[in-house]
Design a protein around this ligand. Structure first.
Ligand code: ACO
Length: 427
């Protein structure tokens, strides 16, 4: 017999079924709660609420486990190419060589954007934050690709996915080149997807671009580690915007805006700014630890804590090792890394952080690598978005294929309901 839970309200007993995931995670199915009882639930920040069933990414915050479509993040970061992982997330299985070649070829065919997009970018001030420019340009892609996607057609869906996978790295690189005042360049169909990201960002107009394998490996790993993270803030945004049947570009653009905030993807920029400030202030990590614990001080230790991980973020483990390797390989001696290590050591041994299970998250070390690769701080969250794109697409596709209803939460209203109106001259 399937399990259920009982709710007693007004001396009446109501029964709700339990749903169970692959790893025996259980949830109460309250779809009929309001119809049966007249009640709704209240869960600000959705700390206890599942919004969907999903087959894309498995995350166990207590054990510190992360799997994409059944494959551990450690194995993927170690052995896969980012485009393979993108295919895996979006279509559900690792591609064969033929499938991957076709995916790459199809991306190559779409890897151009309308020249008029440059006019939009040109109208932004040089000081515009790249994430704002990226969200705008991604939304603008809708105007240049106005056909709506028939989600019941696998071919239509595939074409839309290929189009955004192809065009997104170009506009990401352009936001960087705009800040740097460099000419906007193009995707090179002779190079791989990850090599293209590097060349489009770093190629200078007056010299040949020579790919650096250390940069490529580090970028590949970072992109894979950021590729999906189940129902986080930006992914939930993509799903909820898409649930109104808004198009893929519009949904992704909304996800970019959600990612920008410093409590989410914007944390990687905030971490580096924090580490630089601590370093400039003499490197006194104890002082900043005290500030982070002081409830009257708004300062938080950026890059620490996570809504779901109450154990080490497995991505942080991989990135930390990678940061050491990259700095070593590139021969960089960065004092910021020492500040980061000092903070981490203190936090891991401090009762405040231990009791609240606050561990370094993925963003704590990613910025150090981006910085070593020569990527400016304000581009860090764009790099995150580049990695997260396949996850957003996979979740959007799943939501549309499952024909999920429009996302529309309820509320508990606590405002006035009965005020007599007074005209302006009487107020
Ligand atoms: N520094 C100091 N104290 C912290 C921190 C921190 N970074 N994070 C959480 N706390 C404290 C809170 O003050 C709270 O303390 P209290 O119980 O005494 O009131 C307790 O830990 C729980 O914190 P919440 O904010 O309730 O936890 P929540 O799950 O809502 O927030 C979040 C998670 C937003 C990530 C938070 O830990 C934070 O702000 N971290 C810093 C920003 C950051 O690194 N964000 C990146 C997240 S990863 C990503 O998006 C890819």
């Amino acid at each position: 017999m399937s399990e259920s839970v009982q709710l007693i309200y007004n001396n009446e007993t109501f029964e709700f079924p339990l749903v169970e995931g692959t790893e025996n995670e259980k949830g109460i199915d309250i779809k009929t709660l309001r119809a049966q009882t007249g009640l709704v639930t209240l869960d600000p920040g959705f700390k206890n609420s599942g919004s969907c069933k999903s087959e894309v990414t498995y995350l166990n915050g207590e054990k510190g486990e992360l799997k994409y479509r059944g494959y551990s993040i450690e194995d993927l970061a170690d052995g896969a190419d980012f485009l393979e992982v993108a295919y895996l997330l979006i279509f559900g299985s690792l591609p064969t060589k033929a499938q991957l070649d076709k995916f790459q070829d199809d991306i190559n065919k779409e890897a151009l954007v309308d020249e008029d997009l440059k006019v939009i970018l040109k109208s932004f001030p040089r000081s515009a934050h790249p994430m704002g420019a990226l969200a705008s340009l991604t939304a603008a892609l809708t105007a240049f690709n106005p056909e709506s996607v028939d989600v019941d057609s696998d071919e239509d869906m595939y074409n839309a996915i290929v189009a955004i996978m192809a065009k997104f790295p170009i506009i990401c690189a352009w936001t960087h080149r705009k800040v740097k005042g460099l000419p906007l360049n193009y995707y090179d169909c002779n190079l791989s997807y990850v090599d293209n990201i590097a060349q489009m960002m770093f190629r200078l107009p007056n010299r040949e671009y020579v790919a650096n394998p250390i940069v490529k490996n580090a970028l590949n790993k970072l992109l894979i580690l950021h590729a999906d993270h189940e129902q986080n803030c930006s992914t939930s945004t993509v799903r909820i915007v898409g649930s109104s049947h808004a198009g893929l570009f519009a949904s992704i653009s909304a996800g970019i805006s959600a990612l920008w905030g410093p409590l989410h993807g914007g944390a990687n920029q905030a971490v580096l700014e924090m580490l630089e400030a601590i370093d400039a202030d003499g490197g006194d990590t104890k002082k900043y630890m005290a500030k982070a614990k002081d409830k009257s001080d708004p300062f938080r230790l950026m890059g620490f804590g996570h809504r779901v991980y109450k154990n080490f973020d497995p991505r942080a483990r991989i990135i930390k090792k990678s940061a050491d390797e990259v700095l070593n390989d590139l021969g960089i001696n960065d004092p910021i890394l020492e500040v980061a290590k000092g903070l981490e050591q203190e936090a891991l041994n401090d009762a405040y952080f231990v009791d609240r299970k606050l561990y370094p998250n993925v963003d704590f070390y990613s910025g150090i690598i981006y910085r070593a690769l020569g990527i400016p701080t304000e581009m860090f969250t764009v790099m995150f978005a580049l990695g997260r794109l396949p996850g957003w697409i996979a979740q959007w596709r799943e939501m549309r294929k499952n024909n999920e209803p429009i996302g529309r939460p309820r509320q508990i209203f606590t405002g006035n309901t009965n005020l007599p109106f007074q005209s302006l001259d009487q107020r």
